[in-house]
Design a protein around this ligand. Sequence first.
Ligand code: 4NP
Length: 163
Amino acid sequence: MSKPTLRILFVCLGNICRSPLAEIIAKHIANERNISQLFHFESAGTGDWHIGAQADPRSIAIAQQHGLDLKKHCAQQVTTHNVHHWDYLIAMDHENRINLLAMGVPKHKILMMRQFEENIHDINDAQTVSDPYYGGENGFKDAYKVLNHSTTCLLDELLEKHP
Ligand code: 4NP
């Protein structure tokens, strides 16, 4: 029997900057490692402002610089109605995590994007993926770099936890 697919939702505030990048990077890394059949990745925002919108042009641009096409992204919101679809919800920052907990998402299903980086022993010590929305292009460059590393760490952890 084949292994069940792990359903992973990357979560930020607006679902136009950070979590769509996390989603496309995770898909890319999983493809490269030939493990994409083990996962279903999507992303969503805790806020509703951008439902149906494309990714922020600056996220599209930084993805494109790394050979990834983010033009088809369509923003969605995570709500109490769809939250149970997911095995894990991956928060970009502590506010996202608090919002998910307030929605009633079981604690064990919520992970922090950066909690499996080196030398982090407690979820509360995880660094955040800083929100680049109100900043310049450099914030998006940094977000990409951070996400590329933390996604690798996250996938390693999930593979170890679900052998
Ligand atoms: P994201 O960035 O949460 O990484 O998608 C933001 C996008 C939009 C807003 C804030 C953050 N906003 O306030 O509209």
